[in-house]
Design a protein around this ligand. Sequence first.
Ligand code: PLP
Length: 344
Amino acid sequence: MIPHSKPSIDQRDCDEVLRVLRSGQIAQGEEVRKFEDAFASFIGVKAGAAASSGTAALHLAMTAMGIGKGDEVIIPSYVCSALLNALSYLEAVPVLADIQPGTYNIDPVDVRRRFTRRTAAIIVPHMFGLPADMDEILSLNVPVIEDCALSAGSRYKGHPTGGMGIVSVFSFYATKMLTTGEGGMVLSNNRPLIETIRDLNDYDGKPDFSVRYNYKMTDFQAALGRSQLNRLEGFIERRKRIAAIYTEALEGMGCPTPVVPEDRDHVFYRYILSETPFDFAEEMKRRGIECRKPVFRPLHRYLGLPGYPNADSAWSRSVSIPIYPGLADQEIDLITDSLKAILG
Ligand SMILES: *Cc1c(COP(=O)(O)O)cnc(C)c1O
């Protein structure tokens, strides 16, 4: 079976983790600081604070921004439930916006409709590796939190995702663009904000008591992160190459292919087929290929809210096929042959 997702761990990654494990210094220390600096400088942002997950990074970022009980935060419906969890920790109110049909990204026009006096921020995920409409979103004049869990290395009009909002958050979960097993990062050009986040995430040795967290990354995870970061450009090249092969096969059959507006760079975290027959995933499975729904369940369905037609149609019709740097050439061949057999 070709799995839907798989991390790419090589000998250098393993050597780096072992080096730190053998050093005896394994909790948060110098390695985490080096990873924060390297990652911030890769994205082109002044400072970074590592965390134990993307969800934790989001919780810390919003806490440091002063978002709390009763504040409304606009998020898309078509995204994983991590965003809903982070808002729940803060007792903030999620306000869901619909997505654009082609790009799966949050629709700035629908965002504007959902503004109230209590709107505190918008969380903008760059879905599946394709940057959202940042100019339109930034022109709304509400604090923007970029969610780059799926978009590390992608660019909007030449600007890396993660450098355009007030803060950005990343996830280094096993199967994201780069991994530390579990892990996350907040980036910002606002150094005091990053210092606040570091303070919130380190409870020991404080003169005062106020609520803090323990969402720290370990030094051996950070060593893996830095090794993965060195490989990220290569990962992205490989993902783009595989995407080009799928697109060529689909175009040959007259099937729709992923939308990539000219002013942005898609890193193809996912390759999504937007209009599949209902038994497509079953047919692929029969041929040894695991496919998934890109989002398990849109958030408006968890919350029982009507009125998200684009999220609903993405949910019912879209399927994600395997795409990751470790996919072998003969596996790619099997996948394209299967696409031709089922859709051709
Ligand atoms: C994975 C993901 C997160 C959460 O990251 P974790 O590290 O799993 O907590 C947040 N937002 C998006 C868009 C994600 O894909």
